[in-house]
Ligand binder design. Structure first.
Ligand code: HEM
Length: 154
């Protein structure tokens, strides 16, 4: 499911579920990216800003799952969004989240046709530390014709 995987990663990039990584505490004086960090400082990483950085991403405000397809980027860039954090305290549920999300999305698309309610494209405001939609998304969902979305058996 390479394209679904690419959609999943583009969603993490464009709509960071955790836009600010939990704070890190500097236990000693250090340097980070050319900046002097004093012991006792708390550091927050703004993932949303990183994922919208024009130096890192081509047209970052655009929705382009294709940027995560294999021929367009290196496999090691899979964590370029840092959506699950990094280092010792990286998300313990990364693989579970990826697996469950992709299987759930695949099944929802397989079983139903989805159409956003008119005007919903503009309904993108989010709130809270972990991203929640301010207003629920509204869509028309209709069951697909029996077997129409499933691979035909020979
Ligand atoms: C799309 C879904 C998810 C996203 C985007 C996400 C993202 C994150 C992020 C950014 C962190 C902080 C990492 C850091 O500080 O470097 C975190 C921590 C954590 N996540 Fe998730 N998470 C997701 C799903 C899950 C699931 C399904 C579980 C468990 C089943 C889980 C369990 C945890 C735990 C236990 C931590 C704390 C790890 C620690 O402090 O050592 N997460 N997650």
């Amino acid at each position: 499911m390479p394209y679904l995987n690419a959609v999943f990663h583009e969603a993490l990039r464009r709509h960071s579920p955790v836009p600010i990584i939990p704070l890190r505490y500097a236990t000693e004086d250090t340097q980070l990216g050319g900046f002097n960090i004093q012991a006792g400082s708390e550091i927050a990483i703004n993932l949303y800003a990183c994922n919208m950085d024009k130096m890192q991403w081509e047209e970052p405000e655009e929705w382009k799952p294709e940027r995560f397809l294999r021929d367009k980027f290196e496999q090691t860039d899979m964590h370029k969004t840092m959506a699950f954090g990094a280092g010792k305290r990286a998300c313990a549920g990364t693989l579970q989240a990826m697996l469950i999300s992709c299987v759930a999305i695949a099944r929802f698309v397989q079983e139903f046709q989805w159409r956003l309610k008119k005007g919903e494209e503009a309904n993108v405001a989010t709130v809270q530390l972990t991203t929640h939609k301010l207003q629920p998304m509204q869509a028309h969902i209709t069951p697909r014709e029996a077997d129409s979305a499933r691979p035909q058996s020979s």
